[in-house]
Design a protein around this ligand. Structure first.
Ligand SMILES: NC(=O)C1=CN([C@@H]2O[C@H](COP(=O)(O)OP(=O)(O)OC[C@H]3O[C@@H](n4cnc5c(N)ncnc54)[C@H](OP(=O)(O)O)[C@@H]3O)[C@@H](O)[C@H]2O)[C@@H](O)CC1
Ligand SMILES: [K+]
Length: 482
């Protein structure tokens, strides 16, 4: 796992390090990291570096300074470097002088910049970094658009300019980077807007000891694989955790089949189903023990409730029954809507080991959702007293105690109907196996995304295909944990 820090925390950590290092040393280190990545990209894409053309889009702040110093490093390796200065009077003086001394070309008129970008092999985006506010200004946007139109790859310095460093929300016009080089610590934009950043390289500038505990964690395959519940020699079907699934209806049996099947594939204990889609569930998953009501279901260690449940009185009663059982609960879809509608259900859930898994629309029924998805999810978890998993391009999970994780989107394959039902079955199975809701949510989101990638394999995949790929995904993360 690795941590993510806010731009403010990174700036605070930089201060003491800047104070004890010679002037400019941090920036030089950052710039060398940028140059290394740029050289590797040039070599990979064009087969060489000498004489290749790199354009540095240069803003007025220290991000522009990084770019100019990176340009200087590239000149020393024989690269033809042109810096386009967006604020000529405020360009970083030492960086500019160094680049000029190495005979780098410097232009200030936007049309000259556009012409240079058109002919470039690579563009360095040093327009703006953590000091950004709002989308790109018109001149910067014209240059970024020119790179996109000409199909010239962009390496972003620290962050893709025009994308909010804290929320990852792109401004109206912003940079699409092929790769990003960041310094000191990863920032939220790198995981919330991963597709905008491309692969992110982290350059160590010695901030480690100055950083507070990470406010946001990102899980990696070994974290998930090591925690995935598998039977030990003494286990039987009960000791591994029995999942109860209260989902689906005669009108929507599919949700029940997807959730119950996913639960059956996620861990090897036992799955019980309670609801009006019992026949369909039995037909698809003969190993699932199906009954009509929660009361008849027999003992379980955790409940999955909500997908396809309906939001009428019967649905509310089912949710109340499940919450009254005093077991870990995964509440998704209609169960989230019901929590939004009924204060007494929210009271039952508060403080219990409950995980809710809303998409943005459902989230807005239980809490306020702003552009700051991490902040919104953290607040919702604290206010509701339950763990919250907010679905979306990047998944955000927050526990009431303040722990937050983000699962960066690797692909968009999961944006299809029914995949949420699969996720709920997987997360419910992990709750039944004894994982705490935050870990259950993080591990389920990880494996779910991996299953989508495996299932898709370059072509759209329906939810049942994601479900079928679960064993391969679990196998892969367990393998990576070895
Ligand atoms: N501290 C250090 O030693 C180290 C710092 N490091 C580097 O410094 C970066 C932070 O530098 P920073 O604080 O100078 O701010 P920065 O991101 O360059 O932006 C400010 C400038 O951008 C402008 N601007 C704002 N919004 C804009 C927009 N939407 N579109 C266009 N322009 C916009 C704004 O203009 P103004 O509002 O003043 O007119 C202002 O001039 C950090 O990301 C990292 O790269 C590394 O070298 C490691 C060592
Ligand atoms: K940038």
């Amino acid at each position: 796992m690795y941590g993510v820090w806010t731009p403010e925390q990174v700036r605070a950590a930089e201060e003491p390090v800047l104070a004890r290092t010679p002037e400019g040393a941090l920036m030089r280190r950052a710039a060398r990291g940028v140059a290394q990545v740029a050289l590797a990209e040039l070599a990979r894409r064009t087969g060489g570096v000498t004489g290749r053309r790199v354009v540095v889009l240069t803003g007025a702040g220290n991000n522009g300074g990084d770019g100019l110093w990176a340009g200087y490093e590239l000149r020393r390796r024989g690269v033809a470097v042109t810096a386009v200065l967006l604020s000529p009077d405020r360009a970083h003086p030492a960086g500019l002088a160094a680049l000029r001394k190495q005979k780098g070309r410097v232009v200030t008129a936007v049309e000259h910049g556009v012409a240079a970008v058109d002919r470039a092999d690579l563009v360095l985006d040093a327009i703006v970094g953590t000091g950004a506010s709002g989308g790109l200004r018109p001149e910067a946007a014209t240059l970024a658009d020119a790179a996109a139109t000409a199909g010239v790859p962009v390496v972003a310095v620290d962050i893709p300019s025009g994308v909010d460093p804290l929320t990852g929300v792109p401004g109206e016009r912003s940079v699409h980077a092929a790769a990003t080089v960041t310094f000191g610590a990863r920032k939220p934009v790198h995981v919330l807007a991963a597709p905008r950043c491309g692969p992110v390289t982290l350059v160590d500038i010695g901030l480690g000891p100055e950083l507070p505990p990470a406010p946001v964690t990102v899980l990696e395959a070994p974290d998930v694989g090591a925690r995935w519940p598998v039977p030990a020699p003494g286990d039987d079907k009960y000791t591994q955790g029995v999942v109860g699934v209260a989902a689906g209806s005669a009108t929507y049996p599919g949700a029940a089949v997807l959730a119950a099947g996913a639960a059956a594939l996620a861990t090897s204990g036992m799955v019980r189903y309670a609801g009006s889609a019992a026949d369909e569930v039995r037909a698809a998953w003969p190993e699932v023990v199906a009954t009509d009501t929660v009361g008849e279901a027999g003992r379980v260690q955790a409940w999955v409730v909500g997908p396809g449940l309906g939001t009428d009185d019967a649905g509310a009663q089912t949710l109340a029954d499940v919450l009254d059982a005093g077991l870990p609960v995964l509440a998704d879809a209609d169960a989230v809507t019901l929590l939004g509608q009924h204060a007494e259900l929210r009271e039952k859930a508060a403080g219990a080991p409950v995980l809710i898994t809303p998409h943005a629309g459902e989230f807005a029924r239980v809490a306020e959702l702003s552009d700051d998805r991490v902040g919104s999810t953290r607040r919702a978890a604290a206010d509701l007293g339950v763990t919250v998993l907010l679905k979306g391009n990047a998944t955000v999970v927050a526990a009431p105690d303040g722990r937050v994780l983000v699962h960066p989107a690797g692909s968009a394959w999961l944006a299809t109907a029914g995949t949420g039902d699969v996720l709920s079955g997987v997360a419910g199975a992990l709750l039944a196996a004894g994982l705490d809701p935050w870990w259950a949510a993080g591990c389920a989101a990880f494996v779910h995304a991996r299953a989508a990638e495996i299932g898709a394999d370059g072509a759209p995949v329906p939810a049942s295909g994601v479900q079928r790929a679960l064993p391969a995904a679990i196998r892969a993360v367990r393998e990576e944990a070895r």
